[in-house]
Unconditional design. Structure first.
Length: 284
């Protein structure tokens, strides 16, 4: 098995422990739902982690080499959460989580932000209370429950979104209170962000012109379903001099699709360094 690292491909640091865990996945938010039925939380920009009750896995089923102290004393029940280093620390978090030999000092900056209990059996309303009780009983600063709140309407939701973005947050998650935990995508979990984002593979480096002469003008990329387009906006001067290698998966932002199905106003965001943890992206 091989996993992507910046600069090429290298032997995997971990092994797939089993098939990817059956996780609940979000769909996009659209106005019109009855918001009082939902709990709202910040969408954390980290690495999804799944505690089986005895082992910490990535979304793709990769065993995560956390220090022994990090999971010592954790309950013998499945927990779904985000390995999170704080706002704006995605790259550092991925680097820490991917290490075959854990960096103890780096892991001291990571928290497991608990947002669900897959085996609880009750609705999310009950799971919220159960998560708070579990975290309090465990008593570890690095095991925390993601704060959940209610909002009355879409106007209040948009205000909360703006406040979250102003603080450096990525967006919001909405979870229907009456929902049971069921693997796969459904309207029981929704994500709300100002900009949509997706992944694409770098196929080629296109030469720059004008002020970008001598560097990369754009990346030729391809989406998981085979759509190809150029991605130039958003690249820094340093990235134009040393662009993400061919074969790298990158994340881009966009604002809907045009009539040809290509993303509108696509902007390069970053290398998707956790792709090996999650497995290849599925077509959208």
């Amino acid at each position: 098995m091989w996993l992507f690292q910046l600069g090429g491909w290298s032997p995997a640091w971990g092994q797939t422990a089993s098939a990817p865990p059956p996780l609940m996945l979000a769909r996009g938010y659209a106005p019109g739902i009855h918001l009082p039925d939902y709990w709202v939380s910040e969408k954390l920009d980290g690495v999804r982690g799944h505690w089986t009750g005895s082992q910490l896995l990535s979304r793709g089923g990769i065993a995560i080499a956390a220090p022994a102290w990090f999971t010592a004393g954790w309950p013998a029940v499945p927990m779904d959460g985000e390995l999170w280093g704080g706002r704006g620390q995605f790259a550092a978090t991925v680097s820490t989580v991917r290490r075959e030999v854990p960096d103890d000092a780096a892991w001291r900056q990571i928290r497991f932000m608990l947002f669900d209990l897959p085996a609880h059996g009750g609705p999310f309303d009950e799971r919220v209370a159960a998560m708070l009780a579990l975290v309090e009983t465990t008593g570890q600063a690095w095991l925390q429950a993601v704060p959940q709140r209610r909002v009355p309407n879409d106007k209040a939701l948009q205000v909360l979104l703006k406040q979250t973005e102003k603080l450096g947050g990525e967006g919001l998650m909405l979870h229907r209170g009456a929902a049971l935990y069921q693997a796969g995508r459904s309207n029981d979990i929704l994500k709300l962000k100002r900009h949509e984002d997706a992944e694409a593979e770098v196929l080629a480096h296109l030469p720059g012109r004008g002020k970008h002469t001598g560097g990369v003008g754009a990346l030729q990329v391809q989406t998981p379903d085979g759509r190809r387009f150029r991605l130039g906006s958003g690249l820094s001067d340093a990235e134009r001099r040393e662009p993400p290698p061919v074969g790298t998966w990158v994340t881009y932002r966009y604002r809907g699709l045009n009539q040809s199905g290509l993303p509108r106003f696509a902007t390069y965001l970053r290398v998707r360094g956790d792709m090996g943890l999650n497995g290849p992206p599925a077509p959208r």
